[in-house]
Design a protein around this ligand. Structure first.
Ligand code: KIV
Length: 257
């Protein structure tokens, strides 16, 4: 069965697991446990200390995605289209084709609903699978990150955008920081899966930034749960190495030519 059909088939049956990866060493391990590996433009803040994902370039996304691809055996690989690369139908198609061709990913993700529907339509018409992303949109947000779905205007917009994206053929939609009642309502109404991040257990799946759940980032975002403190283990290994080099315990004959 094709990878996208597999994701669609999970709706109302089993939860969809999605995590970010920015390089091969991570994607190789992540691939064993997830359904979708996302090369998110969150790599801008996680790897490069950018204050906004708007600074992420297409070249950065493509280079990291090429590395991620090397570690993937079974999961669906989705690549974020960075800011300003899908302003028009023409640029969206040109850049998405470049991403697909150079990274061999399975799909791309675009932020937005009605505002980017023409770009999404042209991609799907050209057989480029698209994942939607509504709610909090890091590429457009100005100032503080706030949850969405508090006012009736926001609720209507979220529902309308979700339905519009589905009607035009996206295979799944990320709901970022969407209030629980509307995330639940959208998930119930749609026939395609919703993937939540800070949007409650009612979504069909969940996505997180891998570095966050592993404790590699010092973020205190509400939706982040640290499943392990990987920094502790990394420090322990590094400390041992430094100590053995200084005490001449390493390298031994076994490690020398
Ligand atoms: O950029 C990213 O990593 C994302 C997810 C967190 C949804 O878009």
């Amino acid at each position: 069965m094709n990878k996208i059909k597999k994701i669609l088939n999970k709706k109302n049956k089993s939860k969809i697991v999605c995590l970010t990866a920015y390089s091969k060493n991570f994607s190789e391990e992540i691939d064993k446990y997830v359904d979708i590996v996302l090369v998110g433009d969150s790599l801008g803040s996680v790897l490069y200390n950018y204050t906004t994902t708007r600074k992420v370039t297409l070249t950065e996304m493509i280079n990291h995605s090429k590395s991620v691809k090397l570690g993937i055996k079974k999961s669906l690989m989705v690549v974020d289209m960075p800011y300003k690369t899908y302003d028009t139908k023409k640029s969206a198609l040109k850049n998405a084709r470049k991403v697909i061709k150079e990274t061999k990913c399975d799909a791309v993700k675009l932020e937005g609903g009605k505002k980017v529907i023409d770009q999404i339509k042209i991609l799907i018409k050209n057989k480029i699978p698209v994942m939607g992303h509504i709610g909090l949109l890091p590429q457009t947000v100005k100032g503080k990150f706030k949850s969405k779905g508090k006012t009736s205007k926001e609720i209507n917009q979220l529902m309308n955008d979700a339905l519009l994206l589905q009607k035009n053929g996206v295979f799944a939609i990320v709901l970022e920081c969407v209030k629980t009642p509307i995330a639940k309502q959208i998930t119930k109404k749609l026939t395609i899966p919703t993937i939540g991040i800070g949007s409650s257990v009612h979504c069909d799946g969940q996505v997180l930034v891998t570095d966050d759940l592993l404790g590699l980032n010092s973020s205190n975002i509400k939706f982040v749960k640290k499943f392990i403190n990987l920094k502790k283990y990394i420090n322990s290994g590094l400390k041992k190495f430094a100590s053995e080099v200084r005490s001449k315990k390493y390298p031994t004959k076994k490690h020398s030519y």
